[in-house]
Write a protein that binds this ligand. Sequence first.
Ligand SMILES: Nc1ncnc2c1ncn2[C@@H]1O[C@H](COP(=O)(O)OP(=O)(O)OP(=O)(O)O)[C@@H](O)[C@H]1O
Ligand SMILES: [Mg+2]
Length: 179
Amino acid sequence: MKEISMHILDIALNSIKAEATLLEILIEDSIKKNRLQISIKDNGKGMSEEVKNKVTDPFYTTRQTRKVGLGIPLLKAACERSNGYLSIESKLDEGTRIFCFFERDHIDRSPLGNMGDTIMSIINCQGNCELVYTYRTDRGEFTLDTREVKNILHGVDIRDSKILLWINEYINENMRNLS
Ligand SMILES: Nc1ncnc2c1ncn2[C@@H]1O[C@H](COP(=O)(O)OP(=O)(O)OP(=O)(O)O)[C@@H](O)[C@H]1O
Ligand SMILES: [Mg+2]
């Protein structure tokens, strides 16, 4: 069973491949409402209706090197195992939003995993893509926006290993404080 943070990394890499310049990841983790919701939204090149309809089928991919694309089908399966669902909104030249719902206390719900690692990996391979990450629980929320981080870095590369490790720790600490 794959952790949800690893699925989020896969979906975010699709957005980067689709030449997004802005990627917004929102996790809403509510014990009170017994749900875990994830939204991954980009302003990349989007999908045609045809691609969008085929994309949850594991035998569909626009990759040339391998026949099956598994990123979206695997996440969809993980949602459905916990009585949830995955939906896709996408428009050519506008962008894509993947939305996932998990029943939080379902015995087969995958663990969220290490989001600090996932965000660090996304930032490390982003081209010109800015990232806004928000984690929200019943107790509050926090956001990390790479544009704000870059503003205080005064030209130091955000992919510098010390900065990445700081971001990783910052995310995991804030998430611990909210859960
Ligand atoms: N954010 C996105 N923007 C535009 N197209 C997308 C996006 N996400 C997915 N797609 C399209 O959907 C296809 C399937 O995505 P999926 O992640 O399931 O497989 P893949 O990326 O092709 O392969 P894998 O993830 O297994 O390496 C992609 O090849 C791409 O054409
Ligand atoms: Mg993929």
